[in-house]
Design a protein around this ligand. Structure first.
Ligand SMILES: Nc1ncnc2c1ncn2[C@@H]1O[C@H](COP(=O)(O)OP(=O)(O)OP(=O)(O)O)[C@@H](O)[C@H]1O
Ligand SMILES: [Mg+2]
Length: 243
Protein backbone atom coordinates (compact mmCIF):
# COMPACT_ATOMS: atom_id res chain seq x y z
CA UNK A 1 0.00 0.00 0.00
CA UNK A 2 0.92 3.65 -0.26
CA UNK A 3 -0.06 6.18 2.33
CA UNK A 4 0.47 9.92 2.42
CA UNK A 5 0.19 11.67 5.79
CA UNK A 6 -0.33 15.43 5.98
CA UNK A 7 1.57 15.82 2.75
CA UNK A 8 2.25 19.38 1.64
CA UNK A 9 4.06 20.81 -1.35
CA UNK A 10 4.70 24.44 -2.27
CA UNK A 11 6.25 26.14 -5.25
CA UNK A 12 7.52 29.46 -3.90
CA UNK A 13 4.61 30.87 -1.94
CA UNK A 14 2.05 28.85 -3.91
CA UNK A 15 0.66 25.95 -1.87
CA UNK A 16 -0.10 23.15 -4.30
CA UNK A 17 -0.72 20.20 -1.93
CA UNK A 18 -2.20 20.96 1.49
CA UNK A 19 -2.08 18.44 4.31
CA UNK A 20 -3.10 15.57 2.08
CA UNK A 21 -3.65 12.24 3.85
CA UNK A 22 -4.67 9.47 1.50
CA UNK A 23 -4.57 5.65 1.77
CA UNK A 24 -3.94 3.84 -1.50
CA UNK A 25 -4.92 0.30 -0.60
CA UNK A 26 -3.08 -2.75 -1.84
CA UNK A 27 -4.57 -4.47 -4.88
CA UNK A 28 -7.17 -1.77 -5.40
CA UNK A 29 -7.63 1.13 -7.77
CA UNK A 30 -7.80 4.56 -6.17
CA UNK A 31 -8.82 7.47 -8.39
CA UNK A 32 -7.81 10.97 -7.41
CA UNK A 33 -10.30 13.28 -9.06
CA UNK A 34 -9.92 17.01 -9.47
CA UNK A 35 -10.11 19.86 -11.89
CA UNK A 36 -7.22 20.99 -14.02
CA UNK A 37 -4.38 22.62 -12.10
CA UNK A 38 -5.44 21.24 -8.74
CA UNK A 39 -2.25 19.32 -7.98
CA UNK A 40 -2.92 15.80 -9.29
CA UNK A 41 0.25 15.41 -11.35
CA UNK A 42 2.27 17.03 -8.57
CA UNK A 43 0.87 14.46 -6.11
CA UNK A 44 2.10 11.56 -8.25
CA UNK A 45 5.49 13.18 -8.76
CA UNK A 46 5.88 13.76 -5.02
CA UNK A 47 4.97 10.12 -4.24
CA UNK A 48 7.56 8.97 -6.81
CA UNK A 49 9.88 11.66 -5.44
CA UNK A 50 10.43 13.22 -8.85
CA UNK A 51 9.55 16.29 -6.77
CA UNK A 52 10.68 16.75 -3.17
CA UNK A 53 8.39 16.69 -0.11
CA UNK A 54 7.99 19.94 1.84
CA UNK A 55 6.23 18.44 4.86
CA UNK A 56 4.33 15.31 5.78
CA UNK A 57 5.21 11.69 5.05
CA UNK A 58 4.95 9.12 2.27
CA UNK A 59 4.79 5.44 3.24
CA UNK A 60 5.35 2.77 0.63
CA UNK A 61 4.81 -0.86 1.68
CA UNK A 62 4.60 0.36 5.30
CA UNK A 63 8.04 1.98 5.09
CA UNK A 64 8.43 5.70 5.67
CA UNK A 65 10.26 6.86 2.54
CA UNK A 66 10.11 10.56 3.40
CA UNK A 67 13.81 10.87 4.09
CA UNK A 68 15.00 8.36 1.50
CA UNK A 69 18.00 9.40 -0.57
CA UNK A 70 17.70 9.53 -4.37
CA UNK A 71 19.50 6.19 -4.67
CA UNK A 72 17.13 4.46 -2.25
CA UNK A 73 14.17 6.02 -4.09
CA UNK A 74 15.52 4.63 -7.34
CA UNK A 75 15.18 1.18 -5.81
CA UNK A 76 11.62 1.95 -4.73
CA UNK A 77 10.73 3.24 -8.20
CA UNK A 78 11.69 -0.09 -9.74
CA UNK A 79 8.51 -1.49 -8.17
CA UNK A 80 6.46 1.28 -9.70
CA UNK A 81 5.23 1.93 -13.19
CA UNK A 82 4.17 5.35 -14.34
CA UNK A 83 2.12 6.35 -17.34
CA UNK A 84 2.70 10.04 -17.68
CA UNK A 85 0.16 12.48 -19.03
CA UNK A 86 0.36 12.10 -22.82
CA UNK A 87 1.68 8.77 -24.04
CA UNK A 88 5.39 9.49 -23.63
CA UNK A 89 6.63 6.78 -25.96
CA UNK A 90 10.08 7.19 -27.45
CA UNK A 91 9.23 8.51 -30.92
CA UNK A 92 12.42 7.25 -32.54
CA UNK A 93 11.98 3.68 -31.28
CA UNK A 94 9.72 0.95 -32.61
CA UNK A 95 6.93 -0.51 -30.49
CA UNK A 96 9.19 -3.48 -29.74
CA UNK A 97 12.05 -1.28 -28.55
CA UNK A 98 9.68 0.85 -26.48
CA UNK A 99 8.28 -2.14 -24.62
CA UNK A 100 11.74 -3.72 -24.23
CA UNK A 101 13.29 -0.49 -22.97
CA UNK A 102 12.97 -0.97 -19.19
CA UNK A 103 14.02 -4.60 -19.46
CA UNK A 104 17.20 -3.61 -21.26
CA UNK A 105 17.89 -0.86 -18.71
CA UNK A 106 17.22 -2.81 -15.53
CA UNK A 107 17.68 -6.52 -16.22
CA UNK A 108 20.18 -8.86 -17.80
CA UNK A 109 17.60 -10.92 -19.64
CA UNK A 110 18.56 -12.52 -22.92
CA UNK A 111 17.07 -11.25 -26.17
CA UNK A 112 14.91 -14.37 -26.33
CA UNK A 113 13.51 -13.73 -22.85
CA UNK A 114 12.90 -10.07 -23.71
CA UNK A 115 11.11 -11.09 -26.90
CA UNK A 116 8.79 -13.40 -24.93
CA UNK A 117 7.92 -10.71 -22.39
CA UNK A 118 7.29 -8.10 -25.12
CA UNK A 119 5.01 -10.58 -26.88
CA UNK A 120 3.11 -11.39 -23.68
CA UNK A 121 2.60 -7.73 -22.73
CA UNK A 122 1.51 -6.75 -26.25
CA UNK A 123 -0.98 -9.60 -26.15
CA UNK A 124 -2.30 -8.33 -22.83
CA UNK A 125 -2.99 -4.85 -24.24
CA UNK A 126 -4.37 -6.40 -27.45
CA UNK A 127 -1.67 -4.97 -29.69
CA UNK A 128 -0.17 -8.21 -30.97
CA UNK A 129 1.70 -7.81 -34.24
CA UNK A 130 2.61 -4.12 -33.85
CA UNK A 131 6.24 -4.76 -32.85
CA UNK A 132 7.67 -3.19 -35.99
CA UNK A 133 5.51 -0.05 -36.04
CA UNK A 134 6.71 3.40 -34.99
CA UNK A 135 4.70 5.47 -32.46
CA UNK A 136 3.77 8.01 -35.16
CA UNK A 137 1.90 5.25 -36.99
CA UNK A 138 -0.37 4.61 -34.00
CA UNK A 139 -3.52 6.40 -32.82
CA UNK A 140 -3.57 8.06 -29.39
CA UNK A 141 -5.42 5.13 -27.84
CA UNK A 142 -2.97 2.62 -29.32
CA UNK A 143 -0.03 4.65 -28.02
CA UNK A 144 -1.54 4.48 -24.53
CA UNK A 145 -1.81 0.70 -24.85
CA UNK A 146 1.84 0.43 -25.85
CA UNK A 147 2.84 2.73 -22.99
CA UNK A 148 0.93 0.41 -20.65
CA UNK A 149 2.66 -2.66 -22.11
CA UNK A 150 6.01 -0.95 -21.53
CA UNK A 151 5.06 -0.12 -17.95
CA UNK A 152 3.93 -3.68 -17.32
CA UNK A 153 7.10 -5.22 -18.76
CA UNK A 154 8.87 -5.45 -15.41
CA UNK A 155 5.76 -6.48 -13.44
CA UNK A 156 5.50 -3.46 -11.15
CA UNK A 157 3.64 -3.67 -7.82
CA UNK A 158 2.14 -0.25 -8.46
CA UNK A 159 1.00 1.52 -11.60
CA UNK A 160 0.26 5.25 -11.69
CA UNK A 161 -1.87 6.60 -14.52
CA UNK A 162 -1.87 10.35 -15.11
CA UNK A 163 -5.00 11.33 -17.09
CA UNK A 164 -5.21 8.05 -19.05
CA UNK A 165 -8.38 9.02 -20.94
CA UNK A 166 -7.78 12.71 -21.60
CA UNK A 167 -7.90 13.57 -25.28
CA UNK A 168 -9.46 10.25 -26.30
CA UNK A 169 -12.90 9.82 -27.86
CA UNK A 170 -15.49 8.19 -25.55
CA UNK A 171 -15.22 4.73 -27.11
CA UNK A 172 -11.43 4.66 -26.99
CA UNK A 173 -11.56 6.03 -23.45
CA UNK A 174 -13.83 3.15 -22.48
CA UNK A 175 -11.38 0.58 -23.87
CA UNK A 176 -8.57 2.17 -21.85
CA UNK A 177 -10.74 2.05 -18.71
CA UNK A 178 -11.49 -1.62 -19.39
CA UNK A 179 -7.78 -2.26 -19.69
CA UNK A 180 -7.09 -0.56 -16.34
CA UNK A 181 -9.68 -2.85 -14.75
CA UNK A 182 -8.13 -5.88 -16.44
CA UNK A 183 -4.64 -5.02 -15.18
CA UNK A 184 -5.88 -5.07 -11.58
CA UNK A 185 -7.97 -8.19 -12.00
CA UNK A 186 -5.23 -10.19 -13.73
CA UNK A 187 -2.14 -9.00 -11.87
CA UNK A 188 -3.35 -7.66 -8.51
CA UNK A 189 -1.37 -4.48 -9.13
CA UNK A 190 -2.17 -1.55 -6.85
CA UNK A 191 -3.34 1.22 -9.16
CA UNK A 192 -3.51 4.99 -8.76
CA UNK A 193 -5.30 7.01 -11.42
CA UNK A 194 -5.40 10.80 -11.40
CA UNK A 195 -7.98 12.35 -13.69
CA UNK A 196 -10.73 14.91 -14.10
CA UNK A 197 -12.82 12.30 -15.95
CA UNK A 198 -15.77 11.39 -13.73
CA UNK A 199 -16.96 8.56 -16.01
CA UNK A 200 -13.53 6.97 -15.90
CA UNK A 201 -13.44 7.25 -12.10
CA UNK A 202 -16.90 5.68 -11.77
CA UNK A 203 -15.81 2.80 -13.98
CA UNK A 204 -12.38 1.87 -12.61
CA UNK A 205 -12.30 3.00 -8.96
CA UNK A 206 -12.70 1.04 -5.76
CA UNK A 207 -12.00 4.32 -4.01
CA UNK A 208 -12.43 7.94 -5.11
CA UNK A 209 -10.58 10.87 -3.57
CA UNK A 210 -11.72 14.32 -4.66
CA UNK A 211 -9.25 17.15 -4.33
CA UNK A 212 -9.59 20.86 -4.95
CA UNK A 213 -6.60 23.16 -4.94
CA UNK A 214 -4.50 20.48 -3.27
CA UNK A 215 -6.97 19.79 -0.45
CA UNK A 216 -8.99 16.64 0.10
CA UNK A 217 -12.75 17.17 -0.02
CA UNK A 218 -13.92 13.56 -0.19
CA UNK A 219 -12.59 10.00 0.17
CA UNK A 220 -14.81 6.94 -0.20
CA UNK A 221 -16.31 4.34 -2.53
CA UNK A 222 -17.83 5.32 -5.88
CA UNK A 223 -21.28 4.65 -4.35
CA UNK A 224 -20.55 7.00 -1.45
CA UNK A 225 -19.34 9.53 -4.01
CA UNK A 226 -22.62 9.33 -5.92
CA UNK A 227 -24.60 9.77 -2.70
CA UNK A 228 -22.43 12.38 -0.98
CA UNK A 229 -24.10 15.70 -0.19
CA UNK A 230 -20.83 17.58 0.32
CA UNK A 231 -21.29 20.76 -1.73
CA UNK A 232 -18.12 20.41 -3.78
CA UNK A 233 -18.87 16.75 -4.55
CA UNK A 234 -22.33 17.74 -5.75
CA UNK A 235 -20.96 20.51 -7.91
CA UNK A 236 -18.24 18.25 -9.34
CA UNK A 237 -20.82 15.57 -10.13
CA UNK A 238 -23.16 17.95 -11.88
CA UNK A 239 -20.32 19.71 -13.69
CA UNK A 240 -19.04 16.39 -14.96
CA UNK A 241 -15.97 16.35 -17.12
CA UNK A 242 -15.80 20.06 -17.79
CA UNK A 243 -15.07 20.99 -14.22
N1 LIG B 1 7.62 22.18 -11.32
C1 LIG B 1 6.72 23.13 -10.99
N2 LIG B 1 7.11 24.36 -10.63
C2 LIG B 1 6.22 25.31 -10.28
N3 LIG B 1 4.88 25.13 -10.27
C3 LIG B 1 4.43 23.93 -10.63
C4 LIG B 1 5.31 22.86 -11.02
N4 LIG B 1 4.57 21.78 -11.31
C5 LIG B 1 3.28 22.15 -11.13
N5 LIG B 1 3.20 23.43 -10.72
C6 LIG B 1 1.95 24.13 -10.39
O1 LIG B 1 1.22 23.35 -9.49
C7 LIG B 1 -0.18 23.41 -9.74
C8 LIG B 1 -0.75 22.03 -9.90
O2 LIG B 1 -0.24 21.45 -11.08
P1 LIG B 1 -0.57 19.96 -11.55
O3 LIG B 1 0.21 19.76 -12.80
O4 LIG B 1 -0.36 19.03 -10.44
O5 LIG B 1 -2.13 20.07 -11.88
P2 LIG B 1 -3.08 18.89 -12.38
O6 LIG B 1 -4.13 18.73 -11.35
O7 LIG B 1 -2.28 17.73 -12.77
O8 LIG B 1 -3.75 19.58 -13.67
P3 LIG B 1 -4.14 18.93 -15.10
O9 LIG B 1 -5.48 18.27 -14.90
O10 LIG B 1 -4.23 20.11 -15.99
O11 LIG B 1 -3.07 17.98 -15.49
C9 LIG B 1 -0.33 24.30 -10.98
O12 LIG B 1 -0.67 25.58 -10.57
C10 LIG B 1 1.04 24.27 -11.60
O13 LIG B 1 1.28 25.46 -12.29
MG1 LIG C 1 -1.84 16.83 -14.53
Amino acid sequence: MIKTVNLSKNFGDKEVLKDLSIDFEKGKTTVVLGRSGTGKSVLLKVILRLLSIDSGEVYIDNIDTTDFSESRMMGVRRKMGMLFQGSALFDSMSVYENVAFTLREHTRLSEGEIRDIVKEKLEFVEMTGTEGLMPAELSGGMQKRIALARTMANNPDYIFFDEPTTGLDPITARTINELIIRVREHTGTTIVVVTHDLDSAAMVAQKIVLIKEGEKYFEGTPDDFQRSDIDFVKSFRSGGKDM
